[in-house]
Design a protein around this ligand. Structure first.
Ligand code: NAD
Length: 737
């Protein structure tokens, strides 16, 4: 029999080598067709008396990325329709559907012939669950082998037997940690945990897998043997009595109960370990059915997987512009940002000329990369040769003439209009007529800066976030005159350095900083009202924000907030800012010299390490304090999320952001907006525009006009519209095509 996605070769010893190699895909994923074929392969190899056992591997450099999440996304649409058409049976149908993979893997492990999974590269999610159902697992010791059950990161959990097999192979604590964090294991770590049997050189992989079968590997899983004992000792042991309360407490501390998928993992393991294996699988299937119906799972899969991939692949790239090849990129300004931009560019294999005012400053910028490379080589992330090659790609210089053959220039000099004007003129005097100029300005509108350019259609903003090496997002800012070639080049560049772009039309603060300052300003309001500072920080984290607003403001610097408020007054007048906010930052900066982490004094105190930072006690003296029990934490949480989401809605209404995917992905990657919501607009869509408008009206009464819902929101609430419905990104793309 022949298959589309698999090849089978049976050797003289009767061992069938099944190689998974999907045509026209860079990575193997589970689709309906793959499951049908695997089902048939189990039948075929079981029925064929000549086959003694099966080795299962991949024909690609990776093993598999797991389930095709786009398939899961389409299941949501089906489920929504089912709920309308046949509400009584919708959940049962979903239950049956999600049980398909579970049943298939159970069929594999009880087929009566030994199966060995030969893991040659990244093995994620459903693919590792398939491997767990095999009787033997051999992994290559190559650096590219990463083993993980990462489902929790997109709001779901391992639902094809993972929650039952992992804790039957390793101790409960390690099992819980692996699944609730979704973190990756090396082959060696997986072996130490008992999740793989052997780790071998890559070229010995298949041989070792076949040897397991030849050496008499039993076709029975440990949990199907009589007298099976759990490696962690089961739930009713003294060790478990200590583990379980701590496990729930740790999960609570890390997630504040915001992630139903993570909680379900604990439930599946706790309940599943007390019953026979097949009952455990059924428990997992029930919880999986429940989790798939949550708004969190729907929104997280959409934003954190589907949209992120689509934007990364250039969903917003203008069609018809040939793909850019970057033979050289120029970075002007080798300071804090420029040095890091040069590093990420060189790390992507692109030669960089790094310019500053003098050679000493340019070399100092390159020294940043030298430090990073040294660190990576020390940690074994880069070989010495790779490190040297990376550094050889960065050429420091003080001569603008060295930019003449660069196709793209990224400018990161002082945030000063005059300095930037001089640099634009000097750069344009030497670069090729078709080269693109990109400014990394964080506050100056691109359209205004482009007035200094002789070719404003080739002028664009590429706004990086600090620390550049870690932050996955880049905002691409389109000025009034920016043309398609500049946009396509900027998006190609962002893709080349492996970051996710969002395209934003020109405005003060662009998208991310507009939202971030709403977050910080809400904290100012709370401070001024007398909410205890610790409650402000904790409520924000309980709402799902990774960093409290006061801590965040210390990081970006309080004097930067002051500068931005002052610039807003200068450009738009006194009324454009809240005078109480102005008074607060003036007092912090001018009177108290508390500028944030950079001078060791801000909303927090920064004692010498290893002591941890703590909230500055004097903060409580600035405003009369409310008693903590008079403050409603739920309302504080709502205020943070609502003020940011409202700002995102305004950017859509003003035409600054045009695609809801970008608002959502930008908010999560840019400032960690409560990921379980799926991002700013998914947060609104998730509760419904009607409920959101009602929430905003309630908050406006108690906490200020900035909560008043906008006309667009009110209209959408009346019509029962969602952002993804009204600004349908797929509809727009189809219309444009
Ligand atoms: P920085 O002061 O660390 O670096 C600026 C560099 O530009 C310095 O090395 C300086 O010597 C150099 N420079 C000044 N005039 C020059 C000239 N005429 N020719 C060549 N080099 C010149 O500043 P930074 O924090 O790296 O910020 C740079 C830009 O990036 C600013 O526009 C800023 O708004 C933007 N930005 C900063 C951040 C951040 O977190 N710091 C984030 C995003 C964007």
């Amino acid at each position: 029999m022949s298959y589309t996605n698999f090849k089978i070769e049976t050797d003289a010893d009767g061992i069938a080598l099944v190689t998974w190699d999907m045509p026209e895909k860079s990575m193997n994923v589970f689709t309906q067709e793959v499951m049908d074929e695997l089902d048939a392969i189990i039948d075929q190899t079981t029925a064929d008396a000549a086959v003694k056992g099966v080795v299962f591997t991949s024909g690609k450099s990776s093993f598999s990325g797991g389930a095709d999440l786009s398939m899961i996304k389409s299941m949501f649409t089906l489920q929504a329709e089912e709920k309308k058409n046949d509400p009584a049976n919708a959940a049962q149908k979903l239950f049956n559907l999600v049980g398909r993979m579970t049943g298939l893997f159970r069929k594999l492990e009880t087929c009566g012939k030994p199966w060995v999974s030969a893991i040659n590269g990244t093995c994620m999610g459903g693919a590792f669950e398939l491997s767990l159902a095999c009787h033997g697992r051999v992994a290559s010791n190559s650096k590219s082998v990463k083993i993980a059950l990462p489902e929790v990161k997109v709001g779901i959990f391992p639902g094809a037997g993972g929650t039952q097999r992992v804790p039957r192979l390793t101790n409960t604590q390690d099992a819980l940690q692996m699944m609730t964090t979704g973190s990756s294991l090396t082959a060696a770590r997986a072996k130490a945990m008992g999740l793989v049997h052997e780790v071998v050189e890559p070229e010995k992989l298949i041989e070792a897998a076949k040897a397991m079968i030849k050496n008499g590997l039993k076709a029975v899983q440990p949990w199907d043997e009589k007298g099976f004992k759990l490696p962690g000792g089961g739930v009713w042991t003294p060790a478990s009595a200590q583990l379980w309360p701590a496990a729930s407490a740790i999960l609570r501390r890390e997630t504040y109960g915001n992630y139903p998928g993570a909680i379900a993992i604990l439930k599946c393991v706790y309940e599943g370990l007390q019953v026979p294996f097949d009952t455990g699988l059924k428990i997992e299937q029930r919880y999986f059915t429940e989790i798939l119906q949550t708004t969190e799972a729907f929104s997280m899969i959409r934003s954190l997987f589907v949209s992120m991939q689509e934007l990364g692949k250039g969903a917003r790239r203008p069609a018809g512009v040939p793909k850019s090849e970057f033979k050289k990129v120029g970075v002007v300004g080798a300071g804090f940002m420029g040095a890091s931009i040069a590093y990420v560019t060189a790390a992507a294999g692109i030669p960089v000329t790094l310019i500053d005012r003098d050679m000493e400053a340019a070399e100092k910028g390159k020294a940043h990369s030298e430090g990073l490379v040294k660190d990576s080589v020390g940690k074994g992330r880069l070989t010495k040769d790779e490190g040297e090659a990376l550094l050889a790609r960065i050429t420091p210089s003080a001569d603008y003439g060295d930019l003449k053959d660069a196709g793209l220039i990224v400018e990161a000099v002082f945030e000063d209009r005059q300095v930037k004007k001089d640099v634009i003129e000097k750069v344009e005097a030497v670069i090729a007529p078709d080269a693109i100029f990109a400014s990394n300005t964080s506050t100056l509108p691109i359209t205004g800066l482009a007035k200094n350019s002789k070719r404003p259609e080739q002028f664009i903003g590429v706004h990086f976030f600090s620390p550049v090496e870690k932050m996955m997002l880049t905002e691409v800012i389109v000025g009034k005159e920016t043309g398609d070639k500049a946009l396509a080049t900027a998006l190609d560049y962002v893709a080349a350095i492996k970051k996710t772009p969002i395209v934003v039309n020109d405005t003060r603060g662009f998208y991310v900083n507009r939202c971030v300052f709403r977050y910080i300003h809400e904290a100012y309001d709370m401070l001024i009202e007398g909410v205890p500072p610790a409650m402000i920080e904790n409520a924000a984290k309980m709402a799902g924000m990774p960093v409290g607003p006061l801590s965040l403001n210390d990081e970006v610097a309080i004097d930067l907030s002051q500068k931005i408020l002052k610039a807003t007054v200068a450009d738009l007048g006194e009324k454009a800012v809240d005078t109480k906010h102005m008074a607060l930052v003036n007092r912090m900066v001018d009177e108290l010299d508390r500028r944030g982490r950079k001078n060791g004094k801000g909303f927090y105190e920064y004692p010498a390490k290893p002591a941890k930072k703590y909230l500055w006690p004097g903060l409580k003296e600035l405003y009369p304090q409310k008693a903590a029990d008079k403050v409603d934490v739920e309302v504080l949480k709502q205020r943070f999320l609502a003020t940011i989401a409202l700002e995102a809605a305004r950017t859509i209404e003003e035409g600054i952001v045009t695609d809801p995917r970008e608002a959502d992905v930008g908010s999560i990657l840019g400032f960690g907006f409560a990921p379980y919501t799926g991002g700013t607009l998914s947060y609104i869509d998730g509760m419904g525009t009607k409920a959101f408008v009602a929430l905003c009206e309630k908050l406006a009464k108690g906490y200020g006009d900035h909560f008043k819902p906008t006309p667009l929101l009110k209209e959408m609430a009346e019509k029962g519209e969602t952002f993804y419905g009204r600004f349908d990104p797929y509809g727009a793309a189809q219309r444009a095509a």
